[in-house]
Write a protein that binds this ligand. Structure first.
Ligand SMILES: Cc1cc2nc3c(=O)[nH]c(=O)nc-3n(C[C@H](O)[C@H](O)[C@H](O)COP(=O)(O)O)c2cc1C
Length: 152
C-alpha cells in the first residue's frame, strides 16, 4: 500500500510519516524499523558522542534497510559543535538531514550543493518563511506539545 503526497514524492517513502528526532531514543534500530515500515526513520546525531559513532550508526541503518532515512541535528539542545558530525552525514550521502533548535542557515548553506533533502523543524510562520528562503525542501511544524523544544 502507498499513500502518495508531496511528502512521499520528496522523501521517496510509502507514507507521509516522519519519525521525530528523539534524543537518546532514535538510533539505527528505530530508524530502520520506521523506514522499513514505509515512513522516514531518523538517527539523532546529537545523541552520539563522536563523528565516528554517527558513521557507524549510518552504516548500521544501511545494513538494516535499503529505504530512505534521515539524520537529525538538534543543534540548539546540546551546545556542542556539530560540524564534524554534519560532515559525516554529507560524506555518507544520507538521503535526508533534518534540523531543529537553532539557526538552520549554516547547515542549509553547507547542504546547498548536495542532493540531500533538507527538512527544518519550525514552530512559527516566520521560521517557516526563513527556512524556505534559505533553501529548505520542507518544514515540519511542531508546537509546545512536541517535547517543548520549540514553540514555547
Ligand atoms: C523526549 C523527546 C526528545 C526529542 N528529541 C528531539 C531531537 O533530538 N530532535 C528533534 O528534531 N526533535 C526532537 N523531539 C521532537 C520530536 O521529534 C517531534 O517533533 C515532536 O515530538 C512532535 O511530534 P509528535 O507530535 O508526533 O509527537 C523530541 C521530542 C521528545 C518528546
Amino acid at each position: 500500500m502507498t499513500f502518495q503526497t508531496k511528502v512521499t514524492d520528496l522523501l521517496g517513502t510509502n507514507f507521509p510519516i516522519i519519525q521525530g528526532g528523539l534524543a537518546y531514543l532514535a538510533y539505527s534500530e528505530l530508524c530502520a524499523a520506521v523506514s522499513n515500515a514505509g515512513g522516514l526513520g531518523q538517527v539523532t546525531a546529537m545523541s552520539l558522542k563522536t563523528p565516528d559513532e554517527l558513521r557507524k550508526e549510518i552504516h548500521k541503518v544501511r545494513m538494516l534497510t535499503e529505504k530512505p532515512f534521515g539524520v537529525n541535528f538538534a543543534i540548539g539542545q546540546t551546545g556542542r559543535p556539530y560540524e564534524h558530525m554534519l560532515q559525516v552525514a554529507i560524506d555518507e550521502e544520507v538521503p535526508v538531514i533534518s534540523m531543529t533548535g537553532g539557526n538552520p542557515a549554516p547547515i542549509l548553506e553547507k547542504l546547498a550543493n548536495t542532493s540531500i533533502k533538507k527538512l527544518v523543524l519550525v514552530a512559527a510562520k516566520r521560521q517557516a518563511q526563513k527556512a524556505e528562503q534559505l533553501g529548505a525542501d520542507a518544514v515540519m511544524v511542531v508546537g509546545q506539545e512536541g517535547g517543548g523544544h520549540l514553540g514555547r
